[in-house]
Design a protein around this ligand. Structure first.
Ligand code: SRM
Ligand code: SF4
Length: 531
């Protein structure tokens, strides 16, 4: 690959690197004094599962070559931020040595496959996790380039015939029109936000066994401000199939995207637009023709909740797991809590399995009863509580990284969000609903990386210090919210929310959540206004 200077790659090579999980970024805090290039590296961690050894490898690489933090992503992976070019090869080799990789973590391919992180609640959770790994493998590009560059250290010549003429057996020569995302969920818990994926696989339990999957297709959240042709969309549940057909169905859905996604306009290229325009019946018929069997009618299911369990819980096998809240997904050592050091000490001594959650939190699994107290003590010694972790709002919320790393950010998110939550907590107390859980999510732009359009309150960056406020998502994460007010200044957010939350406090029915009150009362009122 060609270098465009010592600290960066050319734009073409930068695009190519995305398929290997690497983003060329620059530190946006420093732009006034020049461009300081650095790299974000994203792992591929199917279902977010790591051994303690793998965790320790990531922890060490972040210290040596990154910005000394690990960022849990909203798709159960890790990102390193702030890697300089000279450290890139070492990070990639380190990840590969840990028997994980970054292949297809970014780019127009199937991304990290999500699966429910919460340990066995029934007899078949492990089957679902194994199925998630199968889909992840089956939808991986087969290119040798990744291995040659990052494992064997060979310089890749994109102009060489074998690279120029390479045709992937699944993706073909030109890959997909756009990214493709897959997730599994086990009702009633929708902890993967499954309906926001291109391919959603909803486990159906019958007589205590995994009968198969309901197939959901065409979810996706990215949109652009002011462009009505782009919009977030919840997936359609189009039918049911048995687990032995999983890989064929997954490949079938992906190839419909490959062949029908709009390659002329990247803003209109996701599978959701194919579904929106051609409809569910067309899609089902096209899929059936590709896989060669009928998709059965969808079976009944219900989601009631999203989110994670915190604190200690017993697994079905008698061992224990600990759910840990990680503020905005950032594992770091701060002045009050040294979460990174604590996790390193625990991984070294107790070697729990580690799972990253789609809500940017972390679980320690398979802990013997006898080790529980010592793990709680180790956390406490580093200032990390096991009881009463975070705040009620914090635990139910998410923010994307945005500034200073994300080149697309229009406003702050991760760095600003905790202080906004503190102000909203004070407001809730002021209007008489202190301690009420509300799912709040923020992103620095409308791409939707922390899935703000599913939140009860979503803040979406519009310009520096300005956010569009969305209201009305639900606890089960099955309903999109709607825009409430555009370009609200940071300083005005609380004043915008005050009358709404006061009314909610007075008008809510017993147990009614804020998002459901918005739908019942606010949406009904706005629907009755003249257009
Ligand atoms: Fe995302 C682009 C971060 C989940 C929709 N996303 C980006 C980039 C790579 C910016 C860029 O292209 O230069 C961000 C890197 C920021 C940084 O500095 O780290 C970025 N996205 C993230 C993460 C880290 C956010 C987080 O808070 O954890 C998530 C990584 C997930 C992973 O491990 O793979 C992340 N991104 C999502 C999600 C949520 C999901 O998948 O469940 C979405 C919305 C769902 C969807 O895809 O529809 C999402 N990201 C986007 C989009 C808009 C796509 C679209 O269809 O319009 C972009 C921009 C693009 O692709 O052009 C984007
Ligand atoms: Fe960047 Fe926008 Fe994604 Fe936030 S939502 S990480 S600002 S692309």
């Amino acid at each position: 690959m060609a270098d465009s200077g010592l600290d960066r790659f050319s734009d073409d090579d930068g695009q190519f690197l995305k398929f290997h999980g690497i983003y060329q970024q620059d530190d946006r805090d420093k732009r006034k004094t020049g461009k300081f290039f650095m790299f974000m590296v994203r792992g591929r961690i199917p279902a977010g599962i790591l051994t303690a050894r793998q965790y320790l490898a990531f922890d060490e690489l972040a210290d040596r070559y990154g910005n000394q933090t690990l960022r849990i992503t909203s798709r159960q992976s890790f990102q390193f931020h702030g890697v300089v070019k000279s450290g890139l090869g070492k990070v990639m080799r380190g990840i590969n040595d840990s028997l994980l990789d970054t292949l297809a973590a970014c780019g127009d391919v199937n991304r990290n496959v999500m699966a429910p992180p919460t340990p066995a609640r029934n007899g078949f959770t492990s089957e679902v996790l194994a199925d998630a790994r199968r889909v992840s493998e089956a939808l991986l590009p087969k290119t040798r380039a990744y291995h040659s560059i990052w494992v064997e250290g060979v310089q890749l010549n994109l102009e060489a015939a074998e690279n120029k003429e390479y045709v992937d057996p699944l993706y073909g020569k030109t890959y997909l029109p756009r990214k493709f995302k897959s997730a599994f969920a086990i009702p009633p818990l929708n902890d993967t936000d499954v309906l926001t994926n291109d391919l959603g696989l909803i486990a159906i339990e019958e007589q205590g066994k995994l009968a198969g999957y309901n197939l959901a297709v065409g979810g996706g959240l990215g949109m652009s401000h002011g462009n009505k042709e782009t919009f977030p969309r919840v997936a359609d549940v189009i039918g049911f199939f048995t687990p032995n057909k999983l890989v064929e169905v997954a490949r079938g859905v992906l190839t419909v995207h490959r062949d029908f996604g709009d390659r002329t306009d990247r803003k209109h290229a996701r599978l959701k637009y194919v579904l929106e325009e051609k409809g569910v019946d067309w899609f089902r018929a096209e899929l059936e023709q590709r896989v060669g069997f009928k998709i059965e009618p969808a079976r009944p299911f219900q989601f009631t909740k999203q989110g994670d369990l915190f604190g200690w819980h017993k697994q079905a096998d008698g061992l224990w797991f600990l759910g840990l809240f990680v503020e905005t997904g950032r594992i770091k050592d701060g002045p009050q809590a040294r979460l990174k050091a604590a996790l390193r000490a625990i991984a070294e001594k107790f070697a729990p399995e580690i799972r990253l959650t789609p809500s940017q939190n972390l679980l320690l699994l398979n802990v013997a009863d006898a080790d529980r107290q010592a793990i709680s003590d180790a956390l406490a010694a580093h200032g990390v509580p096991v009881e009463h972790q975070g705040t009620v709002l914090g635990r139910a919320s998410m923010a994307c990284p945005a500034l200073p790393t994300c080149g697309l950010a229009l406003a702050e998110s991760e760095r600003y969000f905790p202080s906004l939550l503190t102000r909203i907590e004070a407001l809730l107390a002021e209007v008489g609903v202190g301690g009420q859980e509300i799912i709040i999510r923020m992103t620095g732009c409308p791409n939707g990386c922390a899935r703000p359009y599913m939140a009860e309150i979503g803040f979406v960056g519009k310009a520096p210090g300005k956010y569009t406020i969305f209201l009305g998502g639900n606890e089960a994460s099955t309903r999109l919210n709607k825009p409430f007010k555009d370009a609200v200044k940071d300083a005005d957010i609380i004043n915008e929310l005050r009358p709404l939350l006061s009314r909610y406090a007075q008008e809510r029915s017993s147990g009614e959540r804020f998002g459901d009150w918005v739908r019942r009362v606010l949406w009904a009122e706005t629907a009755s206004l003249p257009a």
